[in-house]
Design a binder for this molecule. Structure first.
Ligand code: FMN
Length: 205
């Protein structure tokens, strides 16, 4: 079934989409993939993108004394991260597969918070070798479930990622572009209904 772009949010009422670059190592493929996601999403329109590079965010290993469900954060880095995540309506995580799992930096960033994530839709882009990050996503899904995040139907799995990167740029196939467009449509549909109550513009609607 094809989903049409008319489900996209309008430019006057954009969805606040956080795009997260999951890998942090020098020379990572993740930044190139995430920059493609950013560029394509900007072209489609209707999204206000917060681009989060976890390498720049540089969160320490989760060091809050209390469970995030209390939201009694001690550290400034946690408060700033919580405010940023709370402000988002939807997420798009770009993650590699490392040893059959997903990026530890992404896990760390997820573990810092709880309610700031919950009830919000998330799209997933994974990559790796032959399996295209499939096992990484399989490991990520229960974590998203524990946080109450709502996955969208489509995800993108990119096999042999190095073959699609040239000069630092990710070169998507037509199918990958199509899938990203579909994922954005699904995020656009779910974001207003799931996290709408958080958005001042929609209060009382
Ligand atoms: C520590 C490590 C473990 C990896 N484990 C896997 C794996 O289990 N499956 C896979 O398909 N690729 C694996 N790879 C290949 C990566 O997915 C590939 O190198 C990718 O570019 C890593 O993402 P990054 O460049 O954004 O860090 C691994 C790479 C590294 C560095």
């Amino acid at each position: 079934m094809h989903e049409t772009p008319d489900a996209q949010p309008s430019s006057s009422n954009p969805i606040r989409l956080m795009v997260v670059v999951g890998s942090v190592r020098p020379g990572r493929a993740g930044l190139s993939v995430a920059l493609w996601v950013h560029e394509h999403t900007s072209q489609i329109g209707g999204f206000d993108i917060d681009f989060v590079d976890l390498a720049e965010l540089n969160l320490p290993f989760m060091n809050e004394p209390k469970h995030p469900k209390f939201q009694e954060y001690r550290h400034r880095h946690t408060i700033a991260w919580a405010e940023r995540v709370e402000a988002a309506d939807a997420f798009l995580f770009v993650t590699p597969e490392y040893n059959y799992s997903y990026s530890p930096a992404l896990k760390n960033a997820l573990d810092y918070l709880h309610y700031e994530w919950s009830g919000k839709p998330v799209g997933l882009v994974s990559y790796g070798g032959l399996a295209g990050g499939t096992r990484g996503l399989a490991a990520l899904r229960p974590v998203l479930s524990a946080l109450g995040m709502a996955g969208v139907e489509s995800n993108i799995e990119i096999p042999y990622i190095a073959r699609q990167i040239d000069d630092g740029f990710f070169h998507p196939t037509d199918r990958q572009v199509e899938k990203l467009t579909l994922m954005l449509t699904q995020l656009g549909r779910k974001a207003p209904t799931i996290s709408g109550a958080r958005r001042p513009a929609l209060v009382g609607v």
